[in-house]
Design a protein around this ligand. Structure first.
Ligand code: CUA
Length: 370
């Protein structure tokens, strides 16, 4: 009677183990999970090189140790009528060997690690070095371009091939800045400035993450590192340096009025040309939300918890002048303005509830901020 029960339990154990193993093996197979081995810059390249070096040392040790172990198990296995094996105690030679050998391997790993650490900053780039201050907020990233005088959020745009020197700051808790395909992790510590030098070799979009637990929405504190060609980067900079244009009519104008009026948005968000005279306006220091001057040119919202695209947030206005978003379900910006606490509980966006018409007007205004 008991056998089938045990067999059943065994089968479930097997199924459970297979599921566990496959979830571990497939954990990094998502389309948007960057790999530290798929490198697109010299810093990540050197770090990946160190990984392969340590893996090679570890593999060598594994093969030798397991080889000796398996050989011993097979060769010295118990046979019928075999005599008791020779007893060995306190063999000095063997003990010295197995003390020194692991030390040598660990020393090799130590040398490789120290060499890579000091070698990470010996990289060269084209043109001038970009100076960017990265500020970790709870829970989104701000990027201040010192030379260009612009401030943005959620998207760190850099020119291909240039050295990027980032200063990492936090005015709240400890975060950690990481772009797996471009550069390793560096802590962002309040009251202590860390800095970081890197370079991106290839044009593209690379996911960046916060990799130090920093509160409720730590997992939703991402950004995109967008690498543009040097010419496209200059175009982007000159566009970002412009003040925002005030809309002249329609839903966008109504959205502008909401932003500056009953919506209460400008109490937290700055827009150059609206409530800020420039990106370095001291008024900005009192604002807790991202600078939205060119929000319409960005595609990520609130630490990349949502993305949005004007094509999926089309605003239509009926004969009475009521604005609506045609496809609310596909519009990330609608979801965010409709229920920011539902999307990202605990974030600082505590707004009054907005009607669908008001949201459509704000979306039309924000879209116009290209
Ligand atoms: Cu910021 Cu985790």
């Amino acid at each position: 009677m008991r056998m089938p029960k045990i067999r059943k339990a065994k089968r479930w154990m097997l199924i459970f183990s297979a599921m566990l193993l496959s979830s571990i093996l497939l954990a990094a197979c998502g389309g948007n999970s960057p790999s530290i081995l798929d490198t697109h810059g010299p810093v990540a390249g050197k770090e990946a090189g160190l990984f392969w070096f340590i893996l090679a040392v570890a593999t060598f040790v594994f093969v030798v140790v397991e080889g000796v172990l398996i050989t011993s198990i097979v060769r010295f296995r118990e046979r019928p009528n075999a005599p008791a094996p020779r007893q060995l105690h306190g063999n000095n030679t063997i003990e010295i060997i197995w003390t020194i050998a692991p030390s040598l391997f660990l020393f090799a790993v130590l040398i490789g690690t120290i060499y890579t650490m000091f070698n990470l900053t010996s990289i060269s780039g084209q043109g001038r070095t970009e100076e960017i201050t990265v500020v970790g907020h709870q829970w989104w990233w701000e990027f201040d371009y010192k030379n260009e005088g612009i401030v943005t959020a959620d998207e760190l745009v850099v020119p291909q091939g240039a050295l990027i020197h980032t200063v990492l700051e936090s005015n709240n808790v400890i975060h950690s800045f990481w772009v797996p395909q471009i550069t390793g992790k560096t802590d962002v510590v309040p009251g202590h400035m860390n800095d970081k030098l890197f370079k991106a070799d290839d044009i593209g979009v690379y996911r960046g993450l916060c990799t130090e637990y920093c509160g409720l929405q730590h997992a939703h504190m991402s950004f995109d590192l967008i690498v543009k060609s040097p010419n496209d980067y200059l175009t982007w900079v000159s566009q970002q340096q412009q003040a925002a244009q005030k809309p002249t009519s329609g839903a966008a104008l109504a959205g502008y009025k909401l932003f500056t009026g009953s919506g209460g948005c400008q109490g937290c968000h700055g827009i150059v040309g609206v409530n800020l005279k420039s990106f370095s306006d001291p008024v900005a220091n009192g604002l807790i939300g991202p600078n939205l001057t060119h929000f319409g040119s960005r595609r990520l919202i609130a630490g990349a918890v949502l993305s949005w695209d004007p094509a999926s947030c089309q605003v239509t206005t009926d004969a009475k002048g009521n604005a609506t978003i045609t496809n609310q379900a596909n519009c990330g910006l609608y979801q965010w303005l409709h229920d920011p606490q539902g999307v990202k509980p605990g974030n600082d966006m505590n707004i009054r509830s907005l009607s669908d018409t008001e949201i459509a007007q704000l979306v039309a205004y924000l879209e116009s901020l290209t």
